[in-house]
Design a protein around this ligand. Structure first.
Ligand code: PLP
Length: 490
């Protein structure tokens, strides 16, 4: 028998110690990245299923038929939820389990591209509030993203402006249900009608809302217009299970209205000496863990459980939004909610008397994580709040911490980025910068010290500088930062 080198209990202790550096995944105080149902026994079941299937391989459904069965069960549940159950001819929506929202979106774009092989230099027309995953898809797959400004007041897609942007090369339109940055649902009926008229595809990105909105009754929900397969012209929908289905990370669904629409998603390769490769997703070897965990958790929570969780998260978000206030005059002084949320996400802006990123730092010292969002076009920088069911009981504590944080940020005053520095940043062409220049810039931005990389205790000065940097420079700088972070430990 092979003798192992490490002391297993010691390694367990090390893992536990390492994890204390991270944001808490449970407890409802982390308002981005993680989703907490507060159901500890269901979480435990999810972890058991994850572990049980960790080594199973979704690469070959004939070798692991249990994974195929669970996948089809999940897709059936999602299709019912999203209005994709069989029509008169009995053919309903079909779907695939993917590793996450980004993979679902990448595949939706790739599938649309390959459905129109005769279109060279294909384009997709997107509202500016669409998730960055679409721009990643554009970058990866050579589909040009044509971004159309949203309505300034409602922050929702402008269908007429989208129609005007459609050309003979357009293969896909998309909208969000809801958008990540502001939490509002786009007018999908109008967008999908344009797509149907032109005979092109329409994807609804319901990655974050797909497992919440259908469970809310009209009473819990502001008047959200329809966005599911019930809307004619919607050809595909993405919904993440590792968000509001509260399953362990690594699982999302991409649904197509019909099997025909899905066909270009498949990839088969027989011309090599190994096994015939047959894939439905970007991954080939695919852990059965996240899928099995999602199957177990969704069965455990069930429809009545999700109704209760959706209402709880929604009521938390609504309570936060109304306490913060929809305009400067109402609610917490110096803050306002950018737009009344349609679901469980809230975007908060601050006035000139304080720095929004300082508020985020102050919240973190009080044990709450809120996510900074930089200024974009005419949109101000904001704080993003993803409200989980488990956050709702803590809303009053959150608001108290927020009031204190605003007071501290007002006392600290706005952060003035040196005008010379801001001007220099605007003039820089990142393409002309070498490694040494990036080292200097990282130091200037506060992301590196004399001893090399260091994340400062307070991110506000870094964020304030990044916020005034043009997007291409911000991207280049953060890539340089990540490149330096990801070096083998010595
Ligand atoms: C989270 C999200 C995505 C991307 O999903 P990941 O799971 O992070 O890859 C795409 N669209 C929307 C609207 C999202 O909220």
């Amino acid at each position: 028998m092979t003798r192992v080198h490490g002391d297993l209990d010691e390694i367990r202790a090390q893992l536990e110690a390492l994890q204390t550096r991270d944001l808490p995944t449970h407890g409802g105080r982390t308002l981005a990245y993680v989703y907490d149902s507060g159901l500890t026994d269901v979480d435990e079941l999810g972890r058991e299923a994850l572990a049980r299937y960790a080594s199973s391989n979704g690469l070959d459904p004939t070798a692991f038929p249990s994974l195929l069965e669970m996948e089809n069960d999940l897709v059936a549940t999602a299709a019912r939820l999203l209005g994709g159950e069989g029509n008169a001819d009995g053919v309903g929506a079909v779907g695939t389990v993917t590793s996450g929202g980004t993979e679902s979106v990448l595949l939706a774009v790739l599938t649309a591209r390959d459905a129109y092989p005769h279109v060279s230099n294909p384009q997709m027309v997107l509202p500016t509030t669409i998730h960055a995953a679409f721009l990643k898809a554009a970058h990866y797959f050579g589909v040009e993203a044509v971004l159309v400004d949203v309505d300034e007041r409602t922050v929702r897609a402008d269908p007429e402006a989208m129609r005007a942007a459609v050309t003979d090369r357009t293969i896909l339109l998309a909208g969000s249900a809801p958008s990540y940055a502001h939490g509002v649902v786009d007018p999908i009926t109008e967008i999908a009608a344009i797509a149907a008229e032109r005979g092109i595809r329409c994807h609804v990105d319901a990655c974050i809302g797909g497992w919440v909105l259908p469970y809310l009754t009209a009473v819990d929900r502001a008047s959200v217009p329809p966005w599911t397969f019930a809307v004619p012209g919607v050809t595909s929908i993405s919904v993440d299970l590792h968000k509001y289905a509260y399953t362990p990370k690594g699982v999302s669904l991409l649904l197509h209205r019909t099997p025909d629409l899905r066909r270009p998603q498949y990839f088969a390769l027989a011309s090599w000496p190994g096994y015939t490769m047959l894939n439905s997703t970007l991954q080939s070897t695919k852990s059965g863990g996240p899928l099995a965990a999602a199957w177990a958790v969704t069965r455990a929570i069930g429809e009545s459980g999700y109704v209760a969780l959706a209402r709880q998260a929604r009521s938390g978000a609504a309570a936060l939004a109304s306490a913060i206030g929809l305009d400067w005059e109402r609610g917490i002084e110096h803050l306002r909610v950018v737009v009344e949320p349609d679901s469980t996400l809230v975007a908060v802006a601050a006035d000139e008397s304080c720095d929004i990123f300082t508020i985020a730092d102050e919240m973190l010292t009080r044990g709450w994580y809120v996510q900074p969002q930089m200024a974009y076009r005419s949109m101000p920088p904001t704080l993003h709040l993803t409200v989980s069911a488990a956050t709702e009981p803590g809303v009053e504590d959150f608001l108290e911490a927020l009031r204190e944080s605003v007071a501290a940020a007002v006392a600290a005053g706005p952060i003035e980025v040196d005008p010379g520095l801001a001007a220099a940043a605007t003039a820089l062409d990142p393409a002309t910068l070498d490694d040494e220049a990036f080292d200097g810039l990282l130091q200037l931005a506060g992301l590196a010290g004399d001893e090399g990389l260091a994340l400062p205790e307070r991110m506000a000065p870094v964020n304030a500088l990044l916020n005034v940097a043009p997007a291409p420079l911000r991207e280049a700088l953060l890539i340089a930062f990540l490149d330096r972070l990801q070096r083998p430990s010595s």
